[in-house]
Design a protein around this ligand. Structure first.
Ligand SMILES: [Fe+2]
Length: 504
């Protein structure tokens, strides 16, 4: 149950490094004598140190930063974070700590973070986190790569409850050696709670033991970007609309307390992430991240990423969103502009077909030179042909709070693009990569184009590929004006491949 974190859960979350810390405490009994109380007992971690992108958006040599974060039981200890180009380290970061309420006071924990400033771009660093004289973890990370440098990232979403598919995707995503992870939302099920991150997120993506059955130690060396999705904001307001409910779950909106993402979104968003009964403790823990981290953008190599909240409380026809998007996408010199949001505008599956609200932004994206849109929500892999889209009007996009937001319109399909010999698209390619672990949708849709047609879209064949048989993730390589997209299944097998080139 989401409201009850047992000591066993915490043990599972902590990984082998802290097992000994659990022995003398709590409700367990042992058939052999133990010291009544160690003079300085090891601390219990609810999340071992993990790398986060931090607040930076633009690529600035010498001004790059990352965040190292971790979480422990609510016992204050002295931590130090050292870092540098080698294991000589040489620099020490300032450590901050805030208390995060759990489902019950006994589940409160402490969220630590250390921002590492003034780093170079595209450089590897070593770090060490110590608690007193004990070394918690020694690791490494690589900062964002500058313009003109090839990059690789992986993308997946809808991550599940630590299910086998989620663990296998984590492992093979790690095997791809990405520079970073771009998650397409639904970070944890069921409700985006911190207690769910402890059970279903950190143990899989920051696993001490890497394997297809366990997950991978991704997070301790690879930054993890993500977007807000329906399961990250779970609850209902009196009108029945989605809103995080702090009266029911004091550890709601874990996105804003566990993640440390760029902070260049609107200070006053047109529709902030919906929440009821926001607590002072949450505000203290999230700080300025709520609500600003709802939307953000960042550069990496020759790509610019714009990450949007597409939840039901968002009206994408609001002028404030269009202004922000215009400002953001018009002022980047990146070769590639990639937009990420959870609810796929052009999804041919059956479960979420009618949630088309983000379609109204497509003409703006086209005008501003977006090449690729990444989404999740539908637990499958889909790749469209390149196309341009003219909405007939706002349609259901303004109908916030509902799941029926059809936006009909006119498609102009680029039929010359096949991703093999015809690689320069006219229009945007929309990829739904939501097969990151949760139960799969749309059986029988793999390689079945007749299934992909909808009367509401006049049976226009805008989808090009679909894989619903197994969990999968995307591997995207960008090198100058060439982008390679591969889809890899939970057994490590490639199931789709496409090359996209961009004219100068
Ligand atoms: Fe979803």
């Amino acid at each position: 149950m989401s409201t009850d974190i047992s000591r066993r859960d915490l043990l599972r979350a902590a990984g082998g490094a802290t097992f000994l810390a659990l022995i003398p405490t709590g409700r367990l009994s042992f058939p052999f004598a133990l010291p009544a109380a160690a003079p300085d007992p090891p601390l219990l971690f609810t999340a071992l140190p993990y790398i986060q992108p931090g607040s930076g958006s633009a690529l600035v040599a010498g001004a790059e930063s990352v965040v190292i974060a971790w979480q422990t039981e609510a016992q204050s200890r002295e931590f130090t974070v050292e870092y540098g180009p080698t294991t000589q380290y040489g620099r020490r970061a300032t450590v901050q700590v805030v208390r995060r309420p759990g489902p019950t006071p006994a589940d409160d924990h402490l969220n630590y973070s250390a921002a590492l400033p003034q780093l170079d771009l595209g450089r590897s660093y070593r770090y060490r986190v110590r608690e007193g004289t004990r070394t918690v973890v020694e690791g490494y990370f690589t900062t964002r790569k500058p313009r003109g440098t090839a990059i690789r990232f992986v993308a997946f979403g809808d991550n599940s409850y630590g299910d086998p598919g989620q663990r296998a995707v984590a492992w093979y995503a790690h095997q791809a050696r990405p520079d970073f992870v771009m998650n397409t939302g639904d970070n944890v099920y069921e409700s985006g709670l911190d207690s769910e991150y402890i059970r279903y997120f950190f143990p899989i993506y920051n696993a001490d033991v890497g394997s297809p059955q366990t997950g991978a130690p991704l997070l301790r060396s690879v930054p993890f970007y993500t977007v807000l999705a329906n399961h990250d904001v779970h609850g209902k307001d009196p009108a029945g609309h989605a809103a995080a409910d702090f009266a029911k779950s004091p550890d709601a909106l874990g996105y804003y307390t566990a993640m440390h993402l760029p902070m260049n979104g609107p200070i006053a968003p047109p529709q902030p992430t919906a929440a009821m009964g926001l607590t002072d403790a949450f505000r203290a823990c999230a700080g300025e991240r709520y609500p600003r981290m709802q939307t953000y953008s960042f550069d990496y190599g020759d790509a610019h990423f714009l990450c949007l909240d597409s939840n039901v409380y968002v009206d994408p026809t609001s002028p404030g969103w269009a202004e922000f998007i215009e400002q953001d996408l018009a002022h980047t010199d990146a070769i590639w502009k990639i937009v990420v949001y959870h609810h796929p505008a052009f999804n041919v599956g059956n479960n979420h077909y009618k949630e088309q609200q983000m379609r109204v932004l497509s003409p703006l994206f086209e005008r501003l030179g977006v090449s690729l849109v990444l989404s999740g929500h539908e637990h499958v892999y889909q790749r469209t042909r390149p196309f341009t889209f003219v909405p007939a009007g706002p349609g259901g996009a303004t109908a916030i709070g509902t799941g029926k937001r059809l936006v009909p319109g006119t498609f102009t399909i680029d039929t010359a693009f096949d991703g093999q010999t015809g690689t320069t698209p006219r229009g945007i390619i929309y990829v739904t990569t939501g097969a990151g672990g949760k139960e799969l949708y749309d059986p029988g849709f793999t390689n079945a184009p007749e299934q992909w047609l909808h009367d509401e879209d006049n049976r226009v064949a805008y989808n090009a590929a679909m894989f619903t048989d197994l969990h999968s993730f995307s591997v995207i390589d960008i090198d100058g004006r060439t982008l390679h997209l591969r889809q890899v299944d939970e057994n490590g097998k490639e199931v789709d491949r496409v090359t996209v080139t961009k004219n100068g």
